[in-house]
Design a binder for this molecule. Structure first.
Ligand code: NAD
Ligand code: TYD
Length: 365
């Protein structure tokens, strides 16, 4: 019998990559639970809208009643929890949605899952029960900011600094508490910055690609010397599936591919590739669009991950380096300008409350 997995936040960037992986490469039935905020885009999954193994439920993870009904209806054997507010700059402008979704939403989901898991215990045999897991998808940003040397790993203390990372750290701690106190079989993953296709163009890499193609300024915060460790989104998705299938309950796994770059390096690489793949009609270089702007408040200097544990214990290895992944990503954006145009025109929001989202979009795109 086919087993059902819940993916929360499946209409987002990483969630949609995970659902593409699950539908194409596994037998699971997948239920995508997503509120469809400004960041939720069902167009990213339109290839599966009629797939019999894919179901979409527009539900807010803060809605305990609706969540409870979904668990009763679909009886999942696992939950991969990605729903979140995810953009640091937005969290600086206003943190309320981050507290609500990332903390209260995760708490609500944990309580519903706890109740469901208690019921499962009375009806499932031990072997089947053992495959139940709650995978909480988190970030390296909970560990704070590194200097020029060193790496985050599973033993690094939490030291979040932005409203976003503080809300994610809070949710990680709740998840850990539900393991220790109630025996809920959870696994936590902490991943580095992702990039790849279907990335909402408010984050650095898609923003720079799309601004360049529209000959707009490429905003670099401060001096551009902050460092991020970049991972191609499909490599993250494979790590999440391994964490569900092989991860040990109560443990956390750090995911990253040793691809550290300064922000300025990232922007320069994108400009180099675009100069080659899509030269400007005025024969100028995209580099001329680079503009240094005011730094982000509390800007973390460096993130970098040591992924030894997930490599050794779960057999995870990234398939892309930054050099290969960024080429693929830029080609995807060049070939999928419709997807970007629909985000920018707001057409993708036809599923969402337009008053709410257009207000936010005005400010950021
Ligand atoms: P995203 O912003 O692209 O997508 C988030 C999704 O969650 C959207 O589809 C949105 O509609 C949905 N959502 C938001 N609030 C909700 C609510 N209350 N109820 C139900 N659905 C809701 O985010 P992403 O970049 O795909 O990140 C996914 C997860 O991975 C997040 O938990 C994030 O913290 C984590 N993460 C992201 C990165 C990264 O580089 N993007 C790195 C490490 C970890
Ligand atoms: P971002 O993609 O927002 O991810 P995060 O803040 O979660 O790391 O930003 C990546 C880096 O790029 C971060 O150091 C901030 C910087 N940045 C810019 O320089 N310009 C931009 O326009 C954006 C959005 C980010």
């Amino acid at each position: 019998m086919k087993k059902t997995l819940f993916v929360t936040g499946g209409a987002g960037f990483i969630g949609s990559a995970l659902i593409r992986l699950l539908i194409k490469q596994t037998d699971y039935i997948v239920v995508n639970i997503d509120k469809l905020t400004y960041a939720g885009n069902l167009e990213s999954l339109k290839a599966f809208s009629h797939n019999e193994r894919y179901h979409f439920e527009q539900v807010d993870i803060c809605d305990k009643h609706k969540l409870t009904n979904l668990f009763e209806q679909y009886k999942p054997i696992g939950v991969l929890h990605l729903a979140a507010e995810s953009h640091v700059d937005r969290s600086i402008v206003g943190s309320e949605d981050f507290i609500q979704t990332n903390i209260i939403g995760t708490y609500t989901l944990l309580e519903v899952v706890r109740d469901y898991y208690t019921k499962l215990k009375s009806i499932l045999d031990t072997n089947t029960l053992e495959s139940f897991k709650f995978v909480h998808v988190s970030t390296d940003e909970v560990f704070g900011s590194l200097g020029d040397s060193g790496y985050f790993n599973e033993k690094t203390s939490y030291d979040p600094r932005s409203p976003y990372s503080a809300s994610k750290a809070s949710s990680d701690l709740l998840v850990k508490a539900w393991f220790h106190t109630y025996g809920l079989p959870i696994v936590i993953t902490n991943c580095t910055n992702n990039y790849g296709p279907y990335h909402f163009p408010e984050k650095l890499i898609p923003l720079v690609i799309n601004n360049a193609l529209q000959l707009k300024e490429l905003p670099v915060y401060g001096k551009g010397n902050n460092i991020r460790d970049w991972l191609y989104v499909d490599d993250h998705a494979r790590g999440l599936l391994l964490a569900y299938e092989l991860g040990i309950a109560g443990e956390s796994y750090c995911i990253g591919g040793h691809n550290e770059r300064t922000n300025l390096e990232v922007v320069n690489i994108i400009c180099d590739i675009l100069d080659e793949l899509k030269p400007r009609e005025d024969n100028k270089s995209y580099h001329e669009l680079i503009t240094y702007v005011k730094d982000r408040a509390g800007h973390d200097y460096r993130y970098a991950m040591d992924p030894t544990k997930i490599e050794n214990n779960l057999g995870w290895k990234p398939q892309e380096t930054f050099v290969t992944g960024i080429q693929k990503t830029i080609k995807w954006y060049l070939d999928n300008q419709d997807w970007v145009a629909h985000v920018q025109s707001g057409e993708y929001l036809k599923w969402v409350d337009t008053n709410y989202t257009s207000r936010i979009l005005d400010r950021f795109i």
